[in-house]
Design a protein around this ligand. Sequence first.
Ligand SMILES: [Zn+2]
Length: 187
Amino acid sequence: MNQSRSLTPEREEIKKIKCPAIESSKFLCDRNAEYLIEGTLYCGIHTWRLLHPVAEPRSITIEYPGTLPLALRKNRGNTTHWDRAKETKNMRETAYWLIHEARGDQKLHFNRATIHIHQWWCGKALDVSGLASASSALVDAFMDGPEPVIDDDGPEIVVTTSYGHTRVPHKNERRVTVTVTEIEEAP
Ligand SMILES: [Zn+2]
């Protein structure tokens, strides 16, 4: 009888401890910590995450500075086929070197992937079809070179392509990012 009563205060104290896991860049989790892992108490959610780590999918992002060439947009104005061919070639080569830089020493070859194209715009944004047509040379560059990230951009390999846009306050922040993320095969 006496023994169980003396245990009560200790249990109360443990219940009040907050989970120290980092929830976001600003906040700690702060849920009640109830499970002990390697000397630290965590909440149920973070205990689960610590015991079942999920590997981040592999991905590569390139950032094309500024706006996409006028000649490659949907409304091409007074541009010729040769203007477009030249711009396409330039952009694909630029993107190839951006990929080269972004991957560093990593061997990145994805059998299946998703692609996200994001326009950081200021002034006037391209609509989705305009962005799709103007950015296709950036995507094509992921198939270039002796060690391409993807072998082909057909639906067998690129399962999803998505587009997004974010307004930025200054013209010099305009850019287009392309992220290719691996879809891991089911084991
Ligand atoms: Zn937690």
